[in-house]
Design a protein around this ligand. Structure first.
Ligand code: FE
Ligand code: FE
Length: 285
């Protein structure tokens, strides 16, 4: 008999989902390759999506937002949080796997090399700090994964749609119409997406960063919208404009993996400067 996968943590590491997404969205894929995603999804990734789709209900999202988005978990600097997040990678292979901070620095460095504005580089540096939700005790399916609106019909552009019937919201007719609880072009700020690291880091940093960066952080995992064009009936004109930036950000998140390790000693002064340009010493988490 095959060993059952631990129910709350199917992924070996949180990065396994990012690796899967990077393969899924690598350049030069045909439409057919996209439809064939199951070929790239191993057993743990599939189990991860099963849990994510089954448990991310509107009630769940509302309760997690109430729990975390009021930022009552104390004050920490960006650097303290980055160090804390690094404690997440204990099981990884130090020769091949990047630490969480290395992924953040690599993303930021790729953005900097392309000559983008400083706030864009900074968005790269902080975009995954919300993964500390795992260290707060949240299950992987509540921290990472392609995000999608709850409280309205699931788009067929969401990966593994066959797992949605197990979601309690599937039995609520009001949540299964095209608009559900939302109005036409009501704006994404009024739409609840499945909960995860994106929403949390957006709420933590929103006071300090420009709106464009806020969109990058809040919607970087919203693949059904930024890669597949779904849910435009809920987006307003400002969302449409701002999604240009979300799309600009995405390649740096996907393709920064596997490049050389950033030289922390060398680049640290630049990033220390950058962080203190936008953030006070400690912020609420
Ligand atoms: Fe992320
Ligand atoms: Fe990332």
């Amino acid at each position: 008999m095959m060993k059952p996968i631990a129910d709350n943590a199917p992924l070996k590491e949180l990065d396994d989902w990012d690796d899967f997404v990077a393969i899924r969205y690598q350049q030069g894929k045909s439409e057919e390759d996209f439809r064939n995603y199951k070929a790239d999804a191993n057993r743990t990734v599939t189990e991860f999506y099963r849990q994510n789709h089954a448990y991310q209900t509107l009630d769940f999202v509302r309760s997690k937002k109430a729990e975390y988005c009021s930022l009552k978990r104390g004050k920490k600097s960006i650097w303290e949080m980055a160090e804390y997040l690094n404690t997440l990678v204990d099981d990884s292979d130090p020769d091949t796997d990047l630490t969480q901070t290395e992924h953040l620095l690599q993303t930021a460095e790729a953005i900097r090399k392309d000559g983008h504005p400083r706030w864009f580089v900074l968005a790269g540096l902080v975009h995954d700090l919300g993964k500390v939700l795992c260290l707060y005790g949240e299950s992987q399916w509540a921290v990472v994964g392609d995000t999608f609106p709850v409280g309205c019909a699931y788009s067929d552009q969401i990966i593994f749609p066959e797992f949605f019937p197990a979601n309690a919201d599937s039995a609520v007719p009001e949540y299964q119409t095209e608009y559900g609880i939302y109005g036409s072009h009501c704006g994404l700020d009024n739409v609840h997406l499945s909960f995860g690291h994106d929403e949390y880091i957006y709420q933590v940093t929103r006071k300090y960063l420009p709106e464009e960066a806020g969109y990058m952080l809040r919607y970087h995992s919203f693949y059904p919208a930024h890669r597949h064009g779904a849910y435009r009936h809920l987006m307003n004109d400002n969302d449409e404009r701002m999604f240009e930036w979300v799309r600009k950000f995405n390649p740096y998140d996907l393709y920064s993996k596997g490049r050389e390790r950033p030289n922390m000693q060398e680049i640290r002064p630049y990033y220390q400067d950058l962080v203190s340009e936008f953030f006070p010493d400690k912020i609420d988490w």
